[in-house]
Write a protein that binds this ligand. Structure first.
Ligand code: SF4
Length: 474
């Protein structure tokens, strides 16, 4: 089983190994197949415990397939296929409402795939279905993901009309060699034009940037950071490439180009470098890999800026009482005590919802997770102590938290725990460290499954970054 050790006496490198992934939903429970008309599933859900709720809609189509991308997606083939899928989404919203009622929602996210492939009238239909099914009186955030080639003024206006107040789009890199390597076929010119349109119409915008690609040099990361900050988005997601779940096409392209994978030690160095550059340019961390332009009204005294956050992510990586209701092929739902997965295959999903008028869940996990808010807190940067049912949290998580405080990864600030700068650098390792053993086993198993033929073994070692103990403790 993968495991890691906290290095208390090291000044910066606080773990002996680095997890080669950058997030996962907790609890990462074992899923069983489920055939149910909804009555039993929703009866098992501890609805009275729900404190905040998010809705997620998945749109799996993409015009082109980027080969580094780990998300559930497929190539766009026809407008008719998309129209049928939107019919199914609208139908699923109505089917589920019978079991969950007209409940309040705090955040909505439409992701994919490429939701900006939807036509303005399809965006409007989804907005109407959501407004009919949910009480949107306390909705604070409504995010739509966009891909730069498919963005248009009309689509952005349709998003605004249904209440979208945050648009996020992928840039990944401005480097010509990596854009070609990853099959990112939009030109940098198109990226800038779409960004200008999006930032002129929405107050809250986000752009994604990758780092740690095979063969990447720090100078190339500097160029990407300089270029992406010029787009003027309010936040940036700066995240390491996930070699384990990328397609074999990407690995073939890397081999053809003769590039070497960066070991985790180098990727940690890249992360430290990116954070320094971004802080120098007026940004502060807001989540595991999110940065926001520093706002004079925000609290930036600590290592984490508190506003603007990405509320949907705060719920996905939130507490046991944060509920996510997912719609669309492969969408996940998570309620206190129950996790549900929709059918992955888009055709089977549409057939189940439209043809059989049935709920499209095919896997279920049942487990309570009172420790969830503690395990996921390194992604959010702070933990409100009042939200945790401490008497139910397993001892192994409590002991791990104490160890993290002793190692200067976490500080106790009275009513909350807060990540230090060191903790921030290793938020993924900390999440793993805080998990009960059963969760660690499932993550390890998943990583082993993803390690194609041992191709990437040995990349997790951080020991060559360590300072000799006598120097570190001086
Ligand atoms: S990165 Fe975005 S556009 Fe590219 S394949 Fe993945 S979901 Fe589609």
């Amino acid at each position: 089983m993968f495991d890691l050790r906290i290095l208390r006496d090291q000044p910066t490198i606080k773990f002996d190994r680095q997890l080669p992934v950058f997030n996962w939903p907790h609890p990462f429970s074992r899923l069983e197949s489920c055939v149910d008309d909804g009555r039993h599933i929703y009866a098992d859900r501890h609805e009275a415990l729900v404190r905040r709720r998010a809705v997620y809609l998945h749109v799996p189509f993409c015009e082109t397939i980027c080969n580094f991308c780990p998300f559930g997606r497929e190539r766009y083939t026809s407008a008719a296929t998309v129209e049928k899928y939107v019919d199914a989404l609208v139908q699923e919203i109505s089917l589920k409402q019978r079991f969950i009622g007209r409940c309040e929602v705090d955040a909505i996210a439409v992701g994919g795939g490429t939701p900006s492939l939807l036509a303005p009238d399809q965006i409007a239909r989804i907005g109407t279905a959501l407004a009919q099914a949910f009480d949107l009186g306390r909705l604070r955030e409504f995010t739509f993901e966009a891909e730069v080639k498919s963005v248009s003024q009309q689509k952005l206006q349709a998003m605004r009309d249904i209440g979208v107040n945050r648009v996020s789009f992928g840039v990944q890199t401005f480097s010509d060699r990596y854009r070609e390597l990853f099959s990112l076929d939009a030109h940098a010119r198109q990226v800038r034009a779409a960004a200008a349109m999006i930032t002129s119409m929405f107050d809250h915008t986000n752009a994604d940037l990758l780092y740690g690609m095979a063969g990447q040099e720090l100078g190339e990361l500097d160029d990407d950071i300089a270029a992406i900050t010029e787009l003027g988005t309010t936040t940036l997601d700066v995240y390491p490439i996930n070699n384990l779940s990328a397609t074999s096409a990407m690995h073939r392209a890397i081999r053809r180009a003769g590039l070497g994978y960066l070991p985790e030690a180098a990727r940690v160095r890249f992360r430290m470098h990116a954070e320094e550059r971004l802080r120098g340019l007026g940004y502060s961390p807001i989540s595991g890999y999110g940065f926001a332009r520093t706002d004079s009204r925000a609290d930036v005294a600590g290592p984490v800026q508190e506003t603007p956050t990405f509320l949907y992510h705060d719920l996905v990586y939130g507490h046991e009482d944060d509920e996510i209701i997912g719609y669309g092929s492969s969408a996940m739902s998570r309620s206190p005590g129950v996790s549900l997965c929709n059918i992955d295959n888009r055709r089977a999903y549409v057939e189940t919802v439209i043809g059989k008028k049935s709920l499209p869940h095919d896997r279920i996990g049942r487990c309570r997770s009172p420790e969830r808010g503690v395990v996921t807190f390194p992604f959010r940067g702070e933990l409100d102590k009042a939200r945790v049912p401490w008497h139910q949290v397993p001892d192994e998580t409590l002991n791990a938290l104490r160890e993290a405080i002793d190692a200067d990864l976490v500080t106790d600030e009275g009513e909350r725990y807060v990540l230090t700068r060191h903790g921030w650098l290793f938020y993924v390792n900390l999440m793993f460290h805080l998990m009960p053993a059963s969760g660690k086993q499932l993550i390890s198993q998943k990583m082993e499954e993803m390690e194609h033929g041992g191709r990437l073994t040995g990349i997790t070692d951080l020991t060559n970054l360590m300072v000799p103990t006598e120097v570190a403790t001086r």
